[in-house]
Design a protein. Structure first.
Length: 308
């Protein structure tokens, strides 16, 4: 009995050591390229620096600009509000549309392997390629507006890219199309793990299809849904490339598509010759605030993974 216990403890110790050895390269790389720069933001936030020349210590002045100066505060709140809408549209589309298509692909549909490739095809594309492609499709003389006018569904071209109220939703639709394959494949992999005998038992007990999906399938999908939620939240609040490529550093007309990433870029570099270049100190404050918004989701994901 004692020997078996010692062997079990020895096995667990080796497994624990192996786990940490496998984790260490990733932890070291993350610390060098992510955690250390994040800590450096706190020091940078206390400085006034344009990227060239000496740094000047200004204390909490950069924070005061963001929180109390009407111009910068309103811009920050507008970017934060747009980012929440941006994230809400994308996560809703991915969880609803992604789950529907994943469930359809899980059935024995003819050609489903081809459908998987089609759905996942946009994901490897660069954000710049997606931005250029979607901009060509939805511009005033693009194919979408041409069809709407030719079919008398619209009297004149709809300014999808030039309307302040539409711009953030167009940006969200581009991002959703680009990342939809990721959500579908992740949910589909979770569906494969569903035990068919439990589904069959539910049907034998009189459960309908929707009831079986709700009480048997969805609980299995929750880990995948949490992963999608966290990854998309991090992506959307760090998104800057697609916004800058389509709408420029000003975030489109009336800052309608301005999100936290583009606001951070504009805080560091300005949006043109008429805008003030605030420097890296204010941009560091925006980066810190963005990290604080994302942090609860990351902590929740870490807690959930630790329970497994």
């Amino acid at each position: 009995m004692s020997q078996n216990t010692d062997r079990l403890m020895s096995y667990r110790s080796k497994a624990e050591i192996q786990k940490w050895l496998l984790l260490m390269p990733g932890v070291i790389l993350y610390g060098i390229f992510n955690f250390i720069p994040l800590i450096g933001l706190f020091g940078m936030a206390l400085m006034d620096w344009k990227g060239i020349g000496p740094m000047e210590y200004v204390g909490l002045e950069n924070f005061k600009l963001i929180f109390f100066d009407p111009y910068y505060r309103d811009g920050f709140l507008n970017a934060l509000g747009n980012n929440i809408i941006f994230f809400g549209v994308i996560i809703t589309a991915m969880l609803v549309i992604g789950t529907i298509f994943a469930l359809l692909l899980s059935f024995k549909t003819y050609g489903r392997e081809v459908y998987k490739v089609i759905f996942f095809l946009p994901y490897p594309l660069a954000g710049a390629a997606v931005a250029v492609l979607m901009n060509m499709i939805f511009r005033d003389n693009g194919p979408v507006n041409t069809l709407l006018v030719d079919w008398n569904w619209a009297e004149k071209p709809i300014p999808f890219m030039g309307d302040k109220d539409l711009s953030i939703y167009m940006l969200a639709s581009f991002f959703s199309w680009h990342r939809m394959g990721f959500a579908i494949m992740l949910i589909l992999s979770a569906i494969v793990a569903v035990r068919l005998d439990l589904v069959e038992a539910a049907f034998l007990d009189g459960a309908r299809r929707l009831q079986a999906i709700r009480h048997v399938v969805l609980p299995v999908l929750m880990p995948a849904i949490i992963v999608i939620f966290v990854i998309i939240m991090v992506d959307t609040f760090n998104n800057a490339d697609m916004t800058l490529l389509i709408f420029g550093p000003a975030g489109g007309p009336g800052y309608g598509a301005d999100v936290m990433g583009s606001y951070l870029y504009r805080a560091a570099f300005g949006a043109g010759s008429t805008d003030p270049v605030l420097g890296y100190g204010v941009a560091a404050v925006v980066g810190i605030l963005t990290s604080l918004v994302i942090m609860p989701a990351a902590i929740f994901s870490a807690i959930q993974n630790n329970k497994k």
